[in-house]
Design a protein around this ligand. Structure first.
Ligand SMILES: NC(=O)c1ccc[n+]([C@@H]2O[C@H](COP(=O)([O-])OP(=O)(O)OC[C@H]3O[C@@H](n4cnc5c(N)ncnc54)[C@H](O)[C@@H]3O)[C@@H](O)[C@H]2O)c1
Length: 245
């Protein structure tokens, strides 16, 4: 019960690693505010957690909209009294999400804007929204989901650039937050089996990660076991980013 009486806000909590981390935070005692642009799925996900006897609420939040972000943070504080953890998990490759196959220089601008806004601007805005509360509490942890493609670069330029941005955001929040007892870490996965196609991506270990392998790391970094860890990136990629191929 590492998160007993702590309050976690998770973005992109309706599916994949955001959902799994939400379930695991709750199983270890946290009260969880699940947020996602997919309202039906996030409300159902929160109900699923409540059905286990834990505390959770599901709120529709589009991370591109600061007003909705601020509303979710206010709801967390009003309902549960604090914001101890923020997990910025909402994200994805813009071409996959929008079903596009053109090269980058021919992509519609809206697709590229979606990529930068969801993968990078949203996390920056969410940090803006929670930091005041965390400073007041003199504690807090912000975990940002990067990607191995933020380290190696990516054929999806907006995705790769945004995920590199998560490394900078993490370091900057660590500098900003340290005097107030706030930590920040970035988790940069290689392929993760949140969808079957990830099994086709090369890694040195010859497989993609199971989502639990990544959420275990997220939970560790969110916990007091990682009290001396801040400003760092944690690559979990089966060796995809090391050596020459
Ligand atoms: N799956 C992988 O192989 C992999 C690898 C590296 C990094 N990542 C990163 O990990 C994170 C989670 O990935 P996943 O595969 O578990 O996710 P997923 O695709 O299963 O879930 C992403 C969630 O984000 C939500 N979302 C999309 N747009 C949103 C918006 N505007 N506002 C709020 N929510 C929005 C979706 O509705 C969805 O529930 C992402 O940031 C992703 O880039 C994933």
């Amino acid at each position: 019960m590492r998160f007993k009486d702590r309050v976690a806000i998770v973005t992109g909590a309706a599916s994949g690693m955001g959902l799994l981390a939400s379930q695991q935070y709750a199983a270890e005692g946290a009260k969880v505010v699940l947020t996602d642009v997919n309202e039906e799925a996030v409300v159902a996900a929160a109900k699923g957690i409540r059905d286990t006897g834990a505390d959770a609420i599901g709120i529709r939040v589009d991370v591109r909209c600061y007003e909705q972000i601020e509303n979710a943070v206010a709801t967390a504080v009003e309902t549960y009294g604090s914001v101890d953890i923020l997990l910025n998990s909402a994200g994805g490759c813009s071409t996959r999400v929008h079903g596009r196959s053109e090269p980058f220089h021919q992509l519609p601008i809206e697709v590229i804007e979606w990529g930068v806004d969801v993968n990078f601007k949203g996390p920056v805005l969410f940090c803006r929204a929670v930091l005041g509360q965390m400073i007041e509490q003199k504690s807090g942890v912000i975990i940002n989901m990067g990607s191995v493609e933020g380290i190696t670069g990516s054929g999806s330029l907006d995705y790769g650039a945004s995920k590199t941005g998560m490394l900078g955001l993490t370091k900057s929040v660590a500098i900003y937050g340290a005097p107030h007892g706030i930590r920040s870490c970035c988790v940069s996965p290689g392929p993760v089996m949140t969808r079957p196609a990830m099994a086709n991506m090369w890694t040195r270990l010859g497989r993609a990660a199971e989502p639990e392998e990544v959420t275990k790391l997220i939970l560790y970094l969110s916990s007091d076991d990682a009290a001396f860890i801040t400003g760092s990136n944690h690559t979990i990629d089966g060796g995809r980013s090391v050596g020459a191929r």
